[in-house]
Design a protein around this ligand. Structure first.
Ligand code: AMP
Length: 299
């Protein structure tokens, strides 16, 4: 199977207790694509401004990410500025500049329309809907979002969710979106809006997978080196969907393995700023960490 992804491509300025980066490569689609590229390089749709450094595009191309659907527009690239507290669990957005996203129409090249897996990474839910409208018979439509869209475009988000099979969401966002503090109730409410599968991310505590009446719990790997959690959620989705695409199997048993691949890729991403850990990641390390997760969950 192949993956189509739409989402943000950004220049991120991030500060954590362990350092900071100014205008580094970021964005939901970028983190997702780089993570997925280790398993199944996706077909990317997005927009950058004239100021976007060519070296970042070269990096994505070097990872095998398909860039035919990437638009370069007059104006400035999307920018996000964030800060994390000492426990690294919550991102505080200091500034969001939509820039070229304000006038973006996600036009799918014709060769992109028949991809089996569609991933709507964190972006305006109205743009996510425009991508669904152009996709032809996908087997799986997955969506991610964040508090920015939950608070500013909740109605559009719920409308888009109606067309979605799988939602990736972190626990804080799930509570905010549903108004339920209990996560099982929150997942049930999201399911009533459309998605039958929910991958609920709990930061360092792991992830819960809700699928029909089944629940799977993936552990969080106790990591010693965490520098920057930005993009952990997108890297999780990249590992998850990359594994599904590579294996071509959408059964619940395989969704469980996908949850572990998602956790593996997220655990690497947080070990350095921006996408720097992925720049030096080797395939053998991915398999070794998958085994570590298996050992951790086995008793
Ligand atoms: P994550 O930490 O996985 O939730 O995603 C972080 C990425 O989301 C960063 O690299 C940001 O550039 C990007 N981002 C932040 N705010 C937005 C937004 N409002 N819309 C789309 N992408 C965003």
């Amino acid at each position: 199977m192949q993956i189509l992804v739409v989402g943000s491509i950004a220049l991120d300025s991030v500060e954590t207790p362990f350092g900071k980066i100014e205008e580094g490569l970021g964005g939901s689609a970028t983190h997702f694509s780089t993570s997925a590229s280790f398993l199944s390089p996706p077909y990317l749709v997005g927009v950058v401004g004239q100021d976007f450094p060519q070296q970042h595009l070269d990096f994505l191309a070097s990872r095998g990410v398909h860039l035919e659907g990437l638009q370069k527009k007059e104006g400035k690239t999307f920018r996000w500025k964030g800060r994390y507290e000492f426990d690294l669990n919550t991102a505080h957005t200091l500034d969001t500049q939509l820039n070229v996203f304000l006038s973006f129409y996600p036009e799918l090249p014709s060769s992109y329309r028949n991809k089996e897996i569609v991933f709507l990474a964190n972006i305006d839910p109205e743009l996510q809907m425009k991508v669904i409208e152009q996709a032809q018979n996908p087997k799986l439509i997955a969506l991610d979002t964040m508090n920015f869209w939950i608070s500013s475009k909740k109605e559009a988000l719920i409308k888009t969710l109606n067309k979605v099979n799988l939602m990736f969401i972190n626990e804080g966002e799930a509570r905010e979106l549903t108004g339920e503090s209990n996560l099982v109730k929150a997942a049930r409410k999201i399911r009533s809006w459309g998605p039958q599968t929910i991958a609920l991310k709990r930061g360092e505590y792991g992830a819960l997978l809700f699928h029909g009446d089944e629940i799977f719990s993936a552990p969080g790997l106790p990591l010693e080196e965490i520098k920057d959690p930005t993009g952990a959620g997108d890297s999780f989705a990249g590992g998850f969907l990359g594994y599904l695409a590579k294996s071509g199997d959408l059964s619940f048993n395989n969704l469980k393995k996908a949850t572990i691949y998602g956790s593996v890729m997220a655990s690497f991403n947080v070990e350095d700023f921006s996408l720097d850990r992925f720049r030096r990641l080797k395939n053998e390390e991915i398999e070794m960490r998958y085994q570590e997760f298996m050992k951790l969950a086995h008793f």
